[in-house]
Design a protein around this ligand. Structure first.
Ligand code: GLN
Length: 487
């Protein structure tokens, strides 16, 4: 079989697994087919910062395992990894100059799990520097372009991971999500993205941005693929004290056979800035689910409107402390100054980009004495109120809903440069995704068709949120929704 025999356009993890086991093509041929697409498309799209030089060797090992009867659904599956997760011996830069030559000295837990499963790592993907941004324009290594329209951004911060899958340069990828960085780019690139429940997936070996919000999750072409990848990477980990015990998952079906109720926070959707085409697409999506037997109910989440304000206090506060370690002594870049403080100033001044410096300054400010109570403690109090809103909305004893739905992003992909110099406009891209991180609940973005006039033909997505550790409900509604679109 030659390089062109694998038709990668229509592959899913599930179908690929069957083909590999059935001998339709080998893991090597599959990897070759992906490398060819990357070679063709990456110069324009810039989804990958690096394609690994050992892809073939990994595929050879996968083929051996398949020959020996290995049945893991991920054996031989080509996956792309966001540049903020450690793969031993590979550069991991978080798309920052400060870590340009930093090589990981151990594997992140998610990488260990995927290696054990036999996945093939194609390369590391572009992102906003240290995962700060919504467009991948904050990378120190150039913007990633949206494969659906290269004049537009792919979303961010996991824009490279989204574009890699959307351009058929990987079958699936991993992203990280602190305020929307998996779901928003997935939505803008027309793929599926899952932010798991806080604690469901170990963050050991993920470069920390805001530790009380960060999660790693899958980015895939279908909901079924996201489910496979999620189960491969989740689980308790003694290296991450915030990872949840394995028995906490409430998978199972108290809802079996019953019509599920989807709550829509209508007042929140009235917010300024929601694109008319997005609103129409969202309403049509809810109609489709209604036709499939779901009950759609209006709900109130009274404090959710404060999510973005609370996020932009909590996130920079945590990021400023997490990024203190990049001091020119322990990791990466070192630039000499006239004394020790001068060393810090020149290393961090030259090593970090503008947005990262902005957030470090904001974070140091809200944590400084005198402002700590006024900003940081206040934001945490608001966070509690938002969590309670979700608990009340989902409360089964109060006749609560099973799922909450919103659009994933208030607009389709914007053009490169459009919001780059307007941080507030950029931050608004996260308005619907940030609440799930604040509350720690799982959230899934599923493609919902293409936008109509204006920005014709750009992908849109619907976001579903569920109670803690109920990813199973998200997969169910996500699959039903996918089917309703093709029906
Ligand atoms: N766009 C958001 C931010 O810039 C979210 C980032 C993320 O989830 N990593 O903070």
């Amino acid at each position: 079989m030659g390089r062109n025999t694998v038709d990668i356009k229509n592959l899913t993890i599930k179908s690929t697994h069957e083909s590999l086991i059935g001998g339709d093509f080998s893991a090597q041929e599959l990897a070759e087919a992906y490398l060819k697409v990357i070679e063709e498309k990456n110069p324009e799209i810039n989804a990958y910062l690096e394609v690994f030089d050992d892809v073939s060797a990994q595929a050879v090992r996968a083929d051996e395992r398949i020959k020996n009867g290995e049945k893991n659904p991920l054996v031989g599956i080509p996956i792309a990894i966001k540049d903020n997760m450690l793969i031993k011996g590979k550069v991991a830069s978080s798309a920052s100059k400060i870590l340009e030559h930093y090589k990981a000295v151990y594997d992140a837990t998610v990488i260990t799990k995927l290696k054990e499963a036999g996945a093939v790592f194609l390369g590391r993907t572009n992102m906003d520097e240290f995962a700060m941004g919504s467009s991948t324009e904050n990378s120190a290594y150039g913007v990633t372009r949206n494969p659906h329209d290269p004049s537009r951004i792919p979303g961010g911060s996991s824009g490279g991971s989204a574009a890699a899958v959307a351009m058929d340069g990987a079958l699936a990828s991993l992203g990280s999500d602190t305020g929307g960085s998996i779901r928003q780019p997935a939505s803008l690139c027309g793929i599926v993205g899952l932010k798991p429940t806080y604690g469901a997936v170990s963050r050991h070996g993920l470069m920390a941005m805001a530790s009380s919000l960060d999660q790693i999750g899958p980015m895939t072409k279908t909901v079924g693929d996201a489910e496979i990848l999620f189960h491969a990477i989740r689980g308790a980990d003694e290296m991450d004290s915030t990872s949840a015990p394995d028995d906490v998952h409430a998978f199972g079906a108290d809802e079996k056979g019953r019509a599920l109720v989807i709550g829509v926070p209508t007042a929140f959707l009235e917010a300024d800035g929601l694109d008319e085409g997005v609103r129409e697409n969202f309403n049509a999506s809810m109609d489709k689910l209604r036709e499939r037997g779901y009950e759609i109910r209006e709900i109130a989440l009274p404090n959710i409107a404060y999510s973005l304000a609370a996020y932009y206090i909590i996130m920079p506060a945590e990021a400023s402390t997490n990024l203190a370690r990049y001091d020119g002594v322990r990791y990466g870049l070192y630039k000499e100054g006239k004394d020790l403080i001068g060393d810090y100033a020149s290393t961090r001044g030259e090593g970090f980009g503008r947005e990262v410096r902005r957030r470090i300054l904001l974070g140091a400010y809200v944590l400084s004495s005198g402002y700590y109570d006024a900003y940081y403690n206040k934001a945490n109090a608001v966070r509690k109120l938002i969590r309670r809103d979700f608990e009340a909305a989902f409360d089964p004893s109060g006749g609560g809903v099973h799922i909450i739905a919103t659009p994933t992003s208030p607009t389709p992909a914007f053009t490169i440069g459009e919001r780059k110099d307007d941080p507030l406009q950029m931050y608004l891209a996260d308005i619907f995704t940030v609440p799930a991180n604040i509350a720690g609940i799982p959230a899934l973005s599923v493609p919902s068709g293409l936008s109509g006039d204006g920005a014709a033909g750009l992908p849109l997505g619907v976001q579903f949120m569920a109670p803690h550790f109920r990813e199973d409900v998200l997969f169910k509604v996500g699959k039903d929704f996918e089917q309703s679109l093709t029906a």
